[in-house]
Design a protein around this ligand. Sequence first.
Ligand SMILES: Nc1ncnc2c1ncn2[C@@H]1O[C@H](COP(=O)(O)OP(=O)(O)OP(=O)(O)O)[C@@H](O)[C@H]1O
Length: 450
Amino acid sequence: MNALAQAATPLPSAGILWARMLDAIRQEKFDYALRWLERMRPLEVRDGALVMGVPDRFFRDWVDDHYRPMLDVQLARMGEGLTSIAYEVVEGLEPDPHFPPTPSVKASATRPGRLNARFTFDTFVVADSNQLPAAAAQAVADKPGHHYNPLYIYGGTGLGKTHLLQAVGNLIWERDPSQRVVFLSSEQFTNEYVESVREHRMGDFRRKFREECDVLLLDDIQFLGKREETQKEFFYTFNTLYEMNKAIVLTSDTVPAEIPGLEDRLRSRFAMGLMTDIREPTYETRVAILQKKAVAEGLDLPDSVAHFIAKHIQKNVRELEGALVKLSAVHSLTRQPVTEDFASQVLRDILPAHSAVDVEAIQREVARFYKVTVESLKEDRRHKALAHARQVAMYLSRKLTKSSFPEIAARFSKDHSTVISAVRKVEGLRVTDATVQRELAELELKLGNP
Ligand SMILES: Nc1ncnc2c1ncn2[C@@H]1O[C@H](COP(=O)(O)OP(=O)(O)OP(=O)(O)O)[C@@H](O)[C@H]1O
């Protein structure tokens, strides 16, 4: 038994299993992964799954997107018969004392909630496609409330908006921990508002966002347009903070004028400071990002392989990062040299040539196959056959396209946790149910992915 496992003896068996896994991962030198994994807390073993506590849904999706293959391999290697890792959001989760964090995230215990120490200006690659938003974000962090208030950053998915927003919060807090930095998404703002109304705690809500907030960082404000009452509340929050010269930074997938349902008075206020977009990275930027991330990951990435990946993954920094993490994980496990051939083999699922099919095409094919309508796949009806078709469509969307859980969820008008559980369910059925196995094989053949 290794030292960690011994130290963890008083923990339930989930703790011991996790200690063993972490130890193996440490020996494989997945230092980058460890910064994330060490922040999870083993909770229990349930239904063949090791259930891990995570601080929030964002964290869960990131770990699941980037480290699932590696975790699956480690889980299988333990030979305890566990088949998957499940996650549960645990409010106020702090690093487990049995698994002390690496120095880079040591401060995370007291860092304002939802701020992640990984997203800093140091780890952000500045290039033509993001120069202005990066400089503006830096200016806000240097003198909060004085420049560009509000700063409004918009652009496509996976291009670094959240990263910049977090970098502002981290830098302000690191320089002056007395600054009350509030970071959250507009969905979280909405949820907190609704909960406060329901529980008659509006006083607490207003205190949090108007009085006890020096810097408000609101991510993905495009969702604000959907809720009239929340918008009204946000309007007063905004005005109060603005009048007190408190810094406000907002991100969105589009300009205010194109956010459906957004009130005019908010539109005009969002435009009062600086509005700036992050564009898709150029070829050179993609190579630079890959090289910088490879250094952080401790991966020796030959130029030819960086160029190979940059050539194939063009739109999205999140995907570039995912590719690199996967490459690094497989390289550490197999010790195969990192060449273009190796990269094309390891990344075959995520390189575009293999993902020509999109979610809409999958919905059409699945609907035809199960003799239901595409519309019914997006409804809430729980009729058994319909639910199965919907789950299969979600599973195939995840498997055959490069879409993230939230992107797939949007296409099915569902919450992304619904997509995650659907995918898990069908993954299980694929192993245990011969009929489902046949259905999937046939559908994948039809979708051009034999
Ligand atoms: N210029 C960059 N330098 C380094 N990392 C980057 C850069 N741009 C994006 N990333 C990384 O890419 C990933 C996705 O970025 P992020 O989550 O900030 O995207 P986003 O624009 O907020 O996307 P979404 O709209 O889908 O939320 C993150 O892990 C982030 O660290």
